[in-house]
Ligand binder design. Structure first.
Ligand code: GDP
Ligand code: MG
Length: 597
C-alpha cells in the first residue's frame, strides 16, 4: 500500500483495563489471525507473561483493513505493561503516530493510564480515547470520559465506547485509526534511519530485530550499521510481522518490520538504537536512546555448589535475550560462589529468578534486593555500591547518596490517610495532593527507592483493599544518613544479610530482623545466637534454643509410614536451605528484611 495508507499505532492502558483483549479482537476482526490460531491473547506470547497477566516483551502485528473500499495497512506495536520497562514503552511509542488510550469504564483513570499518556504526549502521538468494558453493569463511560478530560486535558468528544470482550465498537476503533491517526511522513529518499523497538534472540538466526523505518529504506542483503553499538552486519532476512514473520524484499519509510542479521546478542541491537546503512550513514541517530541502567541488585547462589557452572551458563543464555540483565561473580565466605545480578526493577528481577528456576532447573538462594548507592569517599572519589556488605567503613566515607523516586498514587478518598501513613513510614516527602474526581485523589511523594523495594506495593494494595494504583520514576540521587547493619548467626557474619538502613531506623530494623530470623531459622541441635550489629557494636540479639529430642522420637516405633512421611517432609523443607557454618538457613530468611513490621 502507499505510505498514505499506513497507520502505526500502540495501545496504552493501565493493567487489566483490556489492552491484550482489544489487541486480540483487532487481529481477529481484520482476519490477521484466524479464530483457531488464537491462543488466549496472541500478543503476550511468553508463558510467564500469560500467567501473570502482564505484558513484558513487545511484539508487533501488521493488519490489513479496508476502509471505504481502500485497503490500509495498520501496524500495531504492543507495549509492555509495567513501569520497569517504561523505556521500552517510550521507544515503542516513538515508532508510532498514534495510540489508543484504553480505560476501563468501570474503573476510571489509574496511575499507569497517566504515566502512559504522558509518554504518548511526549512523543506527539494522536490519542484516541477508548472506554472499554461497557458491557459491565458497573460501567460508567460518561463519567470516566469526563475524568479523562479533566485529568489529562484530552478532548473526549470523539471517544469510542467499546467492549473488547463482546466485540462492541471494534470497527469504530479501526475506522478511527484510519481517520484520525496521521500517515507517516514520506522520507524514503533520505539516508536510512530505523528505530529498534524490540529484539529477541533466536538460537538459529541470531537476534531478530523489530524496527520502524523512520527514514529511507532497507533491503535484504544490505550492509547495515547500528549507530549506538557501532557494529555492522548484513541483513540476511528482512520481513514484516503479520504477526508471524513473512519475508519481503524491501521496507520503506513508515513501515514496520524485522531484520535477521546474525547479531549474536540483544545487547548489540538494543531497543532505541538506530539502524542505518554502513556505506551511507545517517548524519545523526534518532533521539531517545538510553543505556540500560540496573536499579536493583541481588545475589544469586546455587543451593548446591556444584550448580555454579550451570547458573553461569543459564545467566549467559538469558543475557543473550535480555540486554538489561547484568551479572558478575560474587563470592562470600558464608555463601560460597554465586553472582551479583542487576535488574531494571523488582518485576524484572522476579522474572529472571523464576526463569532460572523453571527453565534451567536451578535451585537458588536469592538474597534481598538492594538499590545502588553512591559513596563519596574521604579522598574525593565517588564509587557505586550495589552490595550492602561492601559499603566502605565509616572512616573511609564522607557521605552516602541513594536513589530517589517520585511516586504518584491514585486512590479513592477514603484511603488517603492510610496511604499517607505508608509513605511517611517509608521516609516519603509529601509533595502534592489533588482531587482528580469527586471521590478520587492523586498524591505525589518523593521517597528513597530502597523503601519501595520489598513490600511497598503489597502494602499499598492491602491498605486500600486493592483500590489504589501507583507509578514511579527515578528522579536522581540524594544524600542520606545511611549506615550498614550486619547480622551474625552463631557468631559468624552472614554478608548477604547485611543491609543499609537509615540511622533513625537502625535499632528498630535490627530488633525486628533478629526476631524475624529467629522465627524463620529452624532450631538446631545447639544454641544459636542471632545478632544485629553496627560495626562491632551489637544492637539487638536473639537466640535459638537447642532442640533437645530427636523429632523422630515423637513417632512410635511401629509407625513406619508416618516416620517416612516425616523424613520426606524434612527433606523437602531442606531443599532451599543454605548451610552457614553449622546452621541451615532457609531461603525466606534471606528475604526477611523486606517483610519487617
Ligand atoms: P491488559 O492487562 O490491559 O492486557 O488486560 P486484559 O486484556 O488481559 O484484560 C483484563 C481482564 O479484563 C481479562 O479478564 C479480560 O477478559 C477482561 N476484559 C477485557 N475487556 C473486557 C470487556 O470489554 N468486558 C469485560 N467484561 N471484560 C473485559
Ligand atoms: Mg495484557
Amino acid at each position: 500500500v502507499p505510505i498514505s495508507n499506513i497507520r502505526n499505532f500502540s495501545i496504552i492502558a493501565h493493567i487489566d483495563h483490556g489492552k491484550s483483549t482489544l489487541a486480540d479482537k483487532l487481529l481477529q476482526v481484520t482476519g490477521t489471525v484466524q479464530n483457531r490460531d488464537m491462543k488466549e491473547q496472541f500478543l503476550d506470547n511468553m508463558d510467564l507473561e500469560r500467567e501473570r497477566g502482564i505484558t513484558i516483551k513487545l511484539q508487533a502485528a501488521r493488519m490489513r483493513y479496508v476502509y471505504e473500499d481502500t485497503p490500509y495497512c495498520l501496524n500495531l506495536i504492543d507495549t509492555p505493561g509495567h513501569v520497569d520497562f517504561s523505556y521500552e514503552v517510550s521507544r515503542s511509542l516513538a515508532a508510532c503516530e498514534g495510540a489508543l488510550l484504553v480505560v476501563d469504564a468501570s474503573q476510571g483513570v489509574e496511575a499507569q493510564t497517566l504515566a502512559n499518556v504522558y509518554l504518548a504526549l511526549e512523543n506527539n502521538l494522536e490519542i484516541i480515547p477508548v472506554l472499554n468494558k461497557i458491557d459491565l453493569p458497573g460501567a460508567e463511560p460518561e463519567k470516566v470520559l469526563r475524568e479523562i478530560e479533566e485529568v489529562i486535558g484530552l478532548d473526549c468528544s470523539k471517544a469510542i465506547f467499546c467492549s473488547a470482550k463482546e466485540g462492541i465498537g471494534i470497527t469504530e476503533i479501526l475506522d478511527a485509526i484510519v481517520q484520525r491517526i496521521p500517515a507517516p511522513l514520506d522520507t524514503a529518499k533520505n539516508p536510512l534511519r530505523a528505530l529498534i523497538f524490540d529484539s529477541y534472540y533466536d538460537p538459529y538466526r541470531g537476534v531478530i530485530v523489530y524496527f520502524r523505518v523512520i527514514d529511507g529504506k532497507v533491503k535484504k542483503g544490505d550492509r547495515i550499521f547500528f549507530m549506538a553499538s557501532g557494529k555492522d552486519y548484513f541483513a540476511d532476512e528482512v520481513g514484516v510481522l503479520s504477526p508471524n514473520q513473512i519475508q519481503v524484499d524491501e521496507l520503506y519509510a513508515g513501515e514496520v518490520g524485522y531484520i535477521a542479521a546474525s547479531v549474536r546478542s540483544v545487547a548489540d541491537a538494543r531497543v532505541g538504537d538506530t539502524i542505518t546503512h554502513y556505506s551511507r550513514k545517517a548524519e545523526s541517530s534518532l533521539p531517545g536512546y538510553e543505556e540500560a541502567t540496573p536499579m536493583v541488585f541481588c545475589g544469586l547462589f546455587p543451593v548446591d555448589a556444584d550448580q555454579f557452572p550451570d547458573l553461569r551458563d543459564a545467566l549467559e543464555k538469558l543475557q543473550l535475550n535480555d540486554a538489561a540483565l547484568k551479572f558478575e561473580p560474587e563470592t562470600s565466605s558464608a555463601m560460597g560462589f554465586g553472582f551479583r545480578c542487576g535488574f531494571l526493577g523488582l518485576l524484572h528481577m522476579e522474572i529472571v529468578q523464576e526463569r532460572l528456576e523453571r527453565e534451567y532447573n536451578l535451585n537458588l538462594i536469592t538474597t534481598a534486593p538492594s538499590v545502588v548507592y553512591r559513596v563519596n569517599s574521604v579522598n574525593g572519589d565517588t564509587t557505586l555500591c550495589s552490595n550492602p556488605s561492601r559499603l566502605p567503613d565509616p572512616g573511609q566515607r564522607k557521605s552516602v547518596e541513594e536513589p530517589y523516586v517520585k511516586i504518584e498514587l491514585l486512590t479513592p478518598k477514603d484511603y488517603i490517610g492510610a496511604l499517607m501513613e505508608l509513605a511517611q513510614e517509608r521516609r516519603g516527602e509529601f509533595k502534592e495532593m489533588k482531587y482528580i474526581a469527586e471521590n478520587r485523589a492523586s498524591i505525589l511523594y518523593e521517597l528513597p527507592l530502597a523503601e519501595m523495594v520489598g513490600d511497598f506495593f503489597d502494602q499499598l494494595k492491602s491498605r486500600t483493599k486493592g483500590y489504589a494504583s501507583m507509578e514511579y520514576s527515578v528522579i536522581g540521587y540524594r544524600e542520606s544518613d545511611l549506615i550498614k547493619l550486619d547480622i551474625l548467626i552463631n557468631a559468624e557474619m552472614v554478608e548477604p544479610l547485611s543491609t543499609i538502613v537509615h540511622r533513625d531506623k537502625a535499632y528498630s530494623v535490627g530488633r525486628a530482623l533478629t526476631q524475624k530470623l529467629k522465627e524463620l531459622i529452624p532450631r538446631q541441635m545447639f544454641k544459636v545466637p542471632i545478632q544485629a550489629c553496627i560495626g562491632s557494636k551489637v544492637i539487638a540479639s536473639e537466640a535459638l534454643s537447642a532442640i533437645r529430642k530427636d523429632v523422630l522420637a515423637k513417632c512410635y516405633g511401629g509407625d513406619i509410614s508416618r516416620k517416612k512421611k516425616l523424613l520426606k517432609k524434612q527433606a523437602a523443607g531442606k531443599k532451599r536451605m543454605k548451610a552457614i557454618g553449622r546452621v541451615d538457613v532457609p531461603q525466606e530468611a534471606f528475604m526477611a528484611v523486606l517483610k519487617l513490621e
